[in-house]
Design a protein around this ligand. Structure first.
Ligand code: FMN
Length: 162
């Protein structure tokens, strides 16, 4: 029995997922992309996983550098999620309109105003079909404003939740 990819995509769109930005810095350029396939894997040691399309530019960059960062987006950051998911946006300058600061070890961008931030070092990359599962050791953690909510990706739209 074969599964229709569109039916699979549609079914999985019913699973609510949190939204973040994965970023890395390579050759003085900031790579960043919106992700919802993001999860905490282990507490001790702290490990996170992000699933990235094998052809994405951010995935390519992770072949060159070990360090990367995660910003867990807050409820008022849907425009940032949309921008960093838009196809064809230029790499150079893609963060010009996204206020950010630097993660301490990787130097990757942490989006200002996020609900939480992680700094990570790649532990392992596992190919999985058209995506690669990137497992990262978490080397630094910060939390944002206590009143910040989050974004939920559900039915192909991003919804703010408090
Ligand atoms: C809400 C949302 C969640 C997304 N989640 C993922 C994800 O988990 N993995 C992924 O590879 N792409 C995901 N995407 C698509 C990427 O953000 C988009 O393809 C991005 O442009 C890829 O980065 P690149 O431009 O560096 O290739 C998501 C898009 C949106 C709007």
């Amino acid at each position: 029995m074969t599964v229709d990819p569109e039916q699979f995509r549609s079914a999985m769109a019913r699973l609510p997922g949190g939204v973040g930005v994965v970023s890395t810095r390579w050759r003085d350029a900031d790579h960043a992309a919106t992700v919802s396939a993001l999860m905490s894997v282990s507490l001790e040691p702290p490990i996170v996983l992000v699933s990235l399309h094998a052809d994405s530019r951010i995935r390519d960059a992770l072949d060159q550098v070990d360090g990367w960062a995660v910003s867990v987006l807050a409820d008022d950051q849907a425009p940032t999620a949309d921008w960093l998911a838009s196809p064809g946006r230029p790499v150079i300058g893609q963060l010009a309109r996204v206020p950010h600061h630097r993660a301490p070890e990787s130097g990757a961008a942490w989006v200002d105003g996020a609900a939480a931030w992680l700094d990570c070092r790649t532990r392992e990359i596992v190919p999985a079909g058209d995506h690669d599962l990137v497992l990262g050791d978490v080397v630094a953690v910060r939390e944002g404003r206590s009143e910040a909510g989050g974004l939920v990706h559900l039915r192909r739209r991003v919804h703010p939740v408090r």
